[in-house]
Write a protein that binds this ligand. Structure first.
Ligand code: LIP
Length: 276
């Protein structure tokens, strides 16, 4: 009961803080502040708004839950115990070019187990929320992944970064194309995962992602009935790992094509007891 209360309070807070960070990001976008950017590395963008959004979220969490840890894309932090995992803008390369395809991504992980997730696209006002064993929603409406079974009618997004050799990226792309999938890349891994959860996309693959980009989205997809990889076994919060999330009707073929395993299905009894 005490634990449920702890998660209830954080879930309510999460929905509010991600919306208020969205105000920070939307306002900056309207003022064209996103045009000024710096490079953290090759193809790795940083704007003042990434820093402002992360500071906004960090300050709010510290005030509301001073004992929780914080791990953010820009400022780092600790992943110990109960931790908030924060990407203040996912899709910064789009944001910096004023392409309206980016989001804020926040997860709450309790002793290594992702419990709460939120992804917010401030430009379309779409708020995705998920709570472990309690489902996922988009602006309050329950989410369900796509029912796609035919690879020739399926669209998969394949994320890219400089963290993985291009040869591996090309091999994954070839594997997917050979199966008949359409392959896209839109530049925000977190938003891509949200779009798998709401059924607009059939799958998302990236050979390496940082935890702030994918932990919330993976929980969203799992809670919307999708198949996901065991991210916390293949990788970890601090150093990241490979990512696969897909509609169940095509997930096995995507997994075989790119060589990323899927999580074993959780036994019904375990899901039911955790939910009850
Ligand atoms: C980036 C994602 C991109 C993904 C990269 C990177 P950032 O995050 O949006 O789609 O492929 O791995 O993580 O730097 O925009 O927050």
């Amino acid at each position: 009961m005490q634990r449920e209360n702890k998660l209830d309070r954080r879930f309510e807070f999460l929905a509010a803080v991600i919306r208020s960070a969205g105000d920070v990001v939307r306002t900056a976008c309207a003022e064209s502040a996103g045009k000024a950017f710096a490079m953290k590395g090759p193809q790795d963008f940083l704007t003042e708004t990434d820093l402002a959004s992360e500071e906004h979220i960090r300050t709010a969490i510290a005030a509301a839950f001073p004992d929780d840890s914080f791990f953010g894309e820009e400022g780092g932090g600790s992943v110990d115990g109960d931790v908030w995992i924060v990407d203040p803008i996912d899709g910064t390369a789009n944001f910096a070019r004023r392409i309206n395809h980016f989001c804020i991504s926040i997860g709450f992980v309790e002793k290594g187990v992702p419990q709460l997730a939120a992804i917010f696209n401030p430009m379309s006002d779409e708020l995705y929320l998920a709570r472990r064993n309690a489902g996922a929603t988009l602006n309050g409406k329950p989410l369900k992944v796509a029912a796609t079974t035919d690879a020739a009618a399926a669209s998969v997004e394949l994320g890219w970064s400089t963290r993985v050799p291009n040869s591996r990226y090309m091999a994954a792309m070839t594997g997917l194309l050979d199966q008949g999938f359409n392959v896209r890349r839109c530049g925000s891994g977190a938003l891509a995962l949200a779009h798998v959860a709401d059924g607009r996309s059939d799958g998302y693959v990236e050979l390496h992602m940082n935890s702030w980009d994918c932990v919330p989205g993976l929980l969203l997809v799992a809670e919307a009935g999708g198949a996901v990889c065991p991210f916390m076994e293949l990788g970890d919060l601090r150093s990241g790992g490979p990512v696969l999330a897909a509609a169940p009707g095509v997930s096995a073929r995507i997994s075989a094509a790119v060589g990323i395993p899927l999580e074993a299905e959780r036994p019904v009894a375990e899901v039911a007891s955790a939910a009850g």
